[in-house]
Unconditional design. Structure first.
Length: 170
């Protein structure tokens, strides 16, 4: 029996990913937005916000997400990231952040990142029962984020990492 060289499998996998981008896409990856439309402009602002958020410029990111949502209120990821940027700026934003996490989940009930950091917000608010409910949902959606939220519920710092940030659009 003749065995194929090991690199043939890697090459074939790469070809599949190149020819079928959805094959390597995460299930929560957003779809590209049409150029020159209000949604396209909203996505551009959203992507600028993601870059600012990753650089820890939370107030500037907040502005970009608010501008994106003014153009397209239905961007679940923008609601999630706006809530994240608000939460990182202090607990005086907790209620507003909670409203945006809730709206993100209304629009996209399987957005694991929103459950993750809404759960963190609940912990900070002292509402462990709702944090545990979000943890239970994460056990189904994203085990890695569930582990991270479990650590926070147990008293560990959430480190305001990028795990709760929705990805930029293509």
């Amino acid at each position: 029996m003749h065995r194929k060289p090991w690199w043939i499998g890697i090459l074939l996998g790469a070809v599949v990913l190149l020819l079928c981008p959805a094959a390597g896409a995460d299930e929560s990856d957003p779809l590209p937005a049409p150029k020159g439309t209000p949604r396209g402009r909203a996505v551009g602002l959203y992507n600028e916000g993601v870059a600012l958020l990753r650089d820890k410029h939370y107030a500037a990111a907040q502005e970009k997400f608010e501008q994106a949502l003014a153009l397209d209120e239905a961007l679940a990821e923008a609601h999630n990231n706006l809530a994240f940027s608000l939460r990182t700026q202090g607990m005086h934003h907790a209620e507003r952040a909670l409203r945006h996490y809730n709206r993100a989940l209304e629009l996209k009930p399987d957005l694991a990142q929103a459950y993750m950091y809404r759960g963190v917000l609940f912990v900070r608010m002292g509402d462990l029962s709702r944090a545990r409910a979000d943890h239970a949902k994460l056990l189904v959606l994203d085990r890695g984020l569930a582990v991270e939220l479990e650590r926070v519920i147990g008293g560990a710092s959430d480190r305001d990492g990028a795990a709760g940030v929705a990805s930029p659009y293509d």
